[in-house]
Design a protein around this ligand. Structure first.
Ligand SMILES: [Zn+2]
Length: 272
């Protein structure tokens, strides 16, 4: 009898200990929610919602058939030919003349606005990446994708104005130069290519989120690279942007990431 009592007691203790442990488990939901649109003082290269949400807003609710069709685990077939996916756009290399990308709508479950668009040839990869992240409990939300020249112009003008407001002693040209370090001048933004997206938050603190960590580990599996790394500002012309990812195709993404080079340096080194 004493033996049984002992056993019962130790079982009870074990149960209590387990409860204690589980209560101490950290919750992982805090940085899961996408941050709201940045305030006026932030970098804010998100398209204004008024521009991006047209009449589509109410009519394009996610359809259930759409969800079920993307339930398959297979990754999209690569359609990269090593050219369209490697077009370089930066402050010194504007968009090709007459550039007119074929676009497709980003599944609304992965975007913060219903009119978000991406290059039709690469959109399956973007969806596959967001879906895989979700499966790992990481919610990736596209907050900026394809931009028209007019959208980029308006974002740029806004930035110039904010720079002027912050330092009224600057001349217009100085303000333009300063603004261009953060928001690309019209015609030189990768977003105009339709192959770049911003995820969740355009705050530098994005680098401390589990979304960023997940992207560091998996983005090349889906053909994406972190485009504006910390130590590459002199090569890319753009400040470090932990939230900005560029599609280049799986093969190129793996090669570029392994090289440790920026896209500019990689293309230069490989005689492109
Ligand atoms: Zn971006």
């Amino acid at each position: 009898m004493k033996k049984y009592l002992c056993l019962l007691l130790s079982l009870l203790m074990l149960g209590l200990a387990a409860c204690g442990n589980s209560a101490e488990l950290p919750t992982l939901i805090d940085d899961d929610t996408p941050s709201s649109a940045p305030t006026d003082t932030s970098v804010s290269d998100i398209p204004a919602s008024s521009e991006e949400s047209g009449s589509e807003e109410s009519s394009s609710a996610p359809s259930s058939s759409n969800t079920s069709s993307t339930d398959k685990e297979v990754k999209p077939i690569s359609k990269d030919d090593g050219k369209w996916n490697m077009v370089l756009v930066n402050p010194w290399e504007p968009l090709p003349e007459g550039f007119n990308p074929q676009l497709a709508s980003i599944n609304v479950q992965y975007a913060s606005y219903s009119s978000a668009k991406f290059d039709a040839r690469a959109i399956d990869w973007l969806h596959a990446m967001c879906k895989a992240a979700a499966k790992d409990g990481v919610k990736l939300v596209v907050i900026s994708a394809y931009r028209t020249n007019a959208t980029q112009q308006s974002l740029f003008n806004n930035k110039v104005q904010r720079v002027k407001n912050a330092d009224p002693s600057l001349t217009h040209d100085q303000a333009v130069e300063e603004a261009a370090k953060v928001v690309a001048k019209p015609g030189t933004s990768e977003h105009q290519l339709g192959l770049a997206v911003d995820f969740n938050s355009v705050e530098d603190s994005f680098r401390y989120t589990k979304q960023y960590k997940w992207l560091q580990e998996h983005c090349t599996d889906y053909g994406f690279i972190l485009r504006y790394a910390d130590d590459k500002q002199d090569k890319t012309g753009i400040i470090p942007e932990p939230w900005h990812y560029r599609y280049v195709g799986v093969e190129m993404a793996k090669k570029i990431a392994a090289s440790g080079l920026s896209m500019e340096e990689y293309l230069e080194n490989n005689g492109e």
